[in-house]
Design a binder for this molecule. Structure first.
Ligand SMILES: NC(=O)c1ccc[n+]([C@@H]2O[C@H](COP(=O)([O-])OP(=O)(O)OC[C@H]3O[C@@H](n4cnc5c(N)ncnc54)[C@H](OP(=O)(O)O)[C@@H]3O)[C@@H](O)[C@H]2O)c1
Length: 254
């Protein structure tokens, strides 16, 4: 459906779950891919093999913590070397966070979560924008927790609210430089991340029950949203959060 041949895309957390689905969509559309991860080397190598099988091209694999300025600088140094300074799309997808009732959240839990999920977009954009040379897209991956409450999600929800606000502020600064900044947000997606939720089973059961479309959002649904946000169909879309939830967030009881 989309042709991104000749385009270069950097996807943080692109080695599994939603990030890998996004990378796979771009690979099939002909783009040159760079994916980042932090800890799971074996998973990252499997993702490289999977992307190569999908497109015939070997993606760049960049290890680093998106919450750390020095890791981000190192990854962009490699990108510049390998890609000759060009970048079309930045997908800020990597996320983590402490899942606990708010009474148990410490300052360390808070800064850990906010740094990875919100500060990363600020730091990544600082490096990405000069490489885009007046024509690019930045897409942040968010969740319904930015605007709605889930059990154990206070820190992550607050980090996603900060992320979506940052998207609006960055969009105003970068629009005149030819860069669109938007977010794609999703309801519950059954990735490895969900295994860390103490209430995983009930989240899946309730999501299935309340979602008007009567199925969970799949990683590929989120990837489709990102593809649209990077396409020529959204040239004048700036600072928006594109919600992919099968209608869950607008459903009231009854
Ligand atoms: N799953 C959901 O229900 C859901 C719903 C809505 C939105 N989202 C959002 O979608 C995005 C992807 O979620 P997911 O469920 O696919 O996550 P996931 O399965 O947990 O995958 C996370 C990816 O991010 C990487 N990562 C984690 N912390 C990192 C860090 N500090 N620096 C660099 N890379 C890091 C991981 O690398 P390693 O493998 O090395 O750890 C992995 O590649 C996130 O922004 C998430 O908030 C998820």
């Amino acid at each position: 459906m989309f042709d991104y041949a000749g385009k270069k895309v950097f996807i943080t957390g692109g080695t599994r779950g939603i990030g890998l689905a996004i990378a796979t969509r771009f690979a099939r559309a002909g783009a040159d891919i760079a994916i980042n991860y932090l800890r799971n080397k074996k998973g990252a190598e499997d993702a490289v093999a999977q992307l190569k099988a999908a497109s015939g091209k070997t993606p760049l694999l960049l290890k680093g913590n998106v919450a750390k300025d020095e890791d981000i600088a190192e990854m962009f140094g490699i990108l510049k070397d390998k890609w000759g300074g060009g970048l079309n799309f930045l997908i800020s997808n990597a996320a983590s966070g402490v899942l606990k009732p708010s009474a148990e959240l410490t300052y360390h839990h808070w800064t850990w979560t906010l740094d990875i999920n919100a500060y990363a977009l600020l730091a990544l954009s600082r490096h990405a924008v000069p490489m885009m040379k007046g024509n690019g897209r930045i897409v942040a991956v968010s969740s319904l927790g930015a605007t709605h409450a889930f059990n154990n999600y206070a820190a992550v929800g607050a980090s996603k609210a900060a992320l979506e606000s940052l998207v609006r502020h960055l969009c105003v600064e970068y629009a005149e430089h030819g860069i669109n900044v938007n977010a794609v947000s999703a309801s519950v997606v059954d990735t490895e991340a969900l295994a860390h939720f103490p209430n995983r089973e009930i989240m899946i059961k309730d999501s299935l029950y309340w979602t008007p479309a009567k199925r969970l959002v799949e990683p590929e649904d989120v990837a489709d949203g990102v593809m649209i946000m990077c396409s020529d169909l959204t040239k004048m879309v700036h600072g928006q959060t594109f919600i992919i939830d099968g209608g869950l967030s607008i459903k009231l009881p009854g």
